[in-house]
Design a protein around this ligand. Structure first.
Ligand code: XMP
Length: 329
C-alpha cells in the first residue's frame, strides 16, 4: 500500500515539473472537498502563481460564502477572489421553472464569470494563465456514461460546466487533475495531511446549481431562497447537534411552491410547505432515505415553524433512489 505522505510528495513534484517556474494556474473553488483539496495541493507546489475564484451565485446556503471564504483564507491561506454574481445569476433565472433550463443557465453564467476572471488575470499579469486545476476523482474518470433513468444529467456530466470543454477555445488551458487517481476517502486523507479542517472534509456533497434545484419552480419568487436557507440551517444544525451528520450522505431542505392552511398563535395562516430530505449512500448513484427518530423529527418541525416566518408545515421525503433522485429537480 502507498502512504498518503508519499502520494503528496510525488504529486507536488509532478505539479512543479508540469507548471515550471513562471506559468500561472487558475482554479474555481466550489466550497466542496475536492476542489478545495486540489487547490491546496497545487498551492503547496507553486504558491501564489495559483489564482482561485469563488462565485457567490445567490444560490448558496446560509452563510456559505462567509464560511468557505474563512476556511480558504484563514485556515488554508489560499489566494481566492470572491466574485459577487448574485444579481447576474438571479436576473437570468427570473421566471424560469424548467429544471434543465435552470441548470443550463447556471452553467453558462459560471463559464462567463470564469472566462472574465481568466481574461482579467491575463491582463494583470501580462500573460494568460496556462493551466486549470480540477478536482476530478478516479470515479469521475471511470464513469464515462451517465446512468440510465430520467434522462437528466448526473453529477460527472453536470460538472462539465466547470470543465475546459465548456470554456472558450482561445483560452487554451491545460488541465491539472491532481486527484484523478484517488477515491473520495483518499482525498479526505490527503486533505487531512494538508491541514484542511476535519469538519470541512466531512461536508455533505452540494450540487453545482445550488439551491436553484431545491427551490421548486421560479427561484426568484417571493423570499423562497431566504426561507429555504433558514429551514435548511435549522435542519442541518439539528442533525449536527444530534451527532448524526457523519452517518448521513446528504441532508437538506426543499422549498415547495405550495401553500397550506395552518393555525399559529390563534391565527389562521396560509403559508409555505417545506420538505426535509436525508439519505444514506455510498456514491450518490443509489440512496436510501434516512430514518430519524420520532422525537428528532418532532423537534425539528416545531423549531422550523416557530422560527421561520412564512412556513407552517413540514413534510419528510421517504423515498429512496431509485425511484426518486436525491435532489428534487
Ligand atoms: P441526484 O439528484 O441525481 O443526485 O440523485 C446525485 C448526486 O449528485 C448531486 N447533484 C449534482 N451535483 N451538479 C452537481 O455538481 C448538479 O447539477 C447536480 N445534481 C445533482 C446530488 O446533490 C447528489 O449528491
Amino acid at each position: 500500500g502507498w502512504k498518503m505522505e508519499d502520494i503528496l510528495d510525488e504529486e507536488i513534484k509532478v505539479i512543479k515539473g508540469t507548471v515550471g517556474t513562471d506559468d500561472h494556474v487558475i482554479c474555481a473553488l466550489s466550497g466542496g472537498v475536492d476542489s478545495t483539496v486540489a487547490a491546496t495541493l497545487v498551492h503547496k507546489a507553486i504558491g501564489d502563481r495559483l489564482h482561485c475564484v469563488f462565485v457567490d451565485n445567490g444560490l448558496l446556503r446560509y452563510k456559505e460564502r462567509e464560511r468557505v471564504m474563512e476556511t480558504f483564507e484563514r485556515d488554508l491561506h489560499l489566494p481566492v477572489t470572491c466574485v459577487d454574481a448574485r444579481d447576474q445569476f438571479l436576473s437570468k433565472l427570473k421566471g424560469v421553472v424548467d429544471p434543465e433550463m435552470k441548470r443550463k443557465i447556471i452553467g453558462k453564467e459560471f463559464i462567463a464569470i470564469f472566462d472574465a476572471f481568466a481574461q482579467d488575470l491575463g491582463n494583470k499579469l501580462g500573460k494568460k494563465p496556462a493551466y486549470l486545476v480540477q478536482g476530478t476523482l478516479y470515479p469521475d474518470v471511470i464513469e464515462s456514461c451517465p446512468p440510465p433513468g430520467t434522462g437528466r444529467n448526473h453529477s460527472h456530466t453536470i460538472k462539465s460546466h466547470h470543465n475546459v470543454g465548456g470554456l472558450p477555445k482561445d483560452m487554451k488551458l491545460k488541465l491539472i487533475e491532481p486527484l484523478k487517481l484517488l477515491f473520495k476517502d483518499e482525498v479526505r486523507k490527503l486533505g487531512k495531511i494538508l491541514n484542511v479542517p476535519e469538519p470541512f472534509l466531512k461536508r455533505h456533497p452540494f450540487p453545482g446549481p445550488g439551491l436553484a434545484v431545491r427551490v421548486l419552480g421560479d427561484v426568484t419568487e417571493g423570499n423562497a431562497l431566504d426561507i429555504l436557507r433558514q429551514v435548511d440551517e435549522i435542519f442541518i444544525q439539528s442533525i449536527k447537534d444530534a451527532g448524526l451528520y457523519d452517518s448521513i450522505w446528504q441532508a437538506f431542505a426543499v422549498f415547495l411552491p405550495v401553500k397550506s392552511v395552518g393555525v399559529q398563535g390563534d391565527q389562521r395562516t396560509h403559508s409555505h410547505v417545506v420538505a426535509l430530505r436525508a439519505v444514506t449512500s455510498q456514491d450518490g448513484m443509489t440512496a436510501d432515505w434516512y430514518n430519524f427518530e420520532h422525537k428528532f423529527l418532532d423537534d425539528v418541525a416545531r423549531k422550523i415553524c416557530n422560527s421561520v416566518r412564512g412556513v407552517n408545515r413540514v413534510v419528510q421525503d421517504i423515498t429512496s433512489k431509485p425511484p426518486s433522485t436525491i435532489e428534487w429537480e
